[in-house]
Unconditional design. Structure first.
Length: 115
């Protein structure tokens, strides 16, 4: 079961409890990234990091909320100033590695491709 954040936390992001629950419903009750329900029941409000965030009125802050993420996905993936361009580069990098690994396995007769 996912726990609704405190009213103070919701206010920090310009959200009402209903807004937060709508985001959770849109994500089917799981983290937007790993698609798992958090073990401790808490999801982070993930938002675009923009200049002047703390000076924005609540209704403006709400516009920059992207979704809800577990602590691991929020801090390890999205909390590192990840952009769409960087994310695409990560995917390309991993795909190129898998391709090289697969070609090397064929060359050596080890045709085992990881999933």
């Amino acid at each position: 079961m996912v726990i609704v954040p405190s009213l103070g936390t919701l206010k920090k992001y310009g959200l009402t409890e209903e807004d937060w629950k709508a985001i959770l419903d849109r994500q089917n009750g799981v983290c937007a990234i790993c698609k798992k329900e958090p073990k401790k029941g808490r999801l982070c409000v993930e938002h675009e990091h923009i200049k002047g965030w703390k000076y924005l009125p609540d209704e403006e802050r709400k516009k920059y909320v992207r979704g809800l993420c577990c602590f691991m996905c929020n801090t390890q993936y999205l909390g590192r100033c990840l952009t769409i361009e960087k994310a695409k580069n990560v995917v390309k990098y991993l795909e190129e590695y898998e391709e090289r690994k697969w070609k090397a396995s064929i060359a050596t007769g080890e045709e085992t491709k990881s999933a």
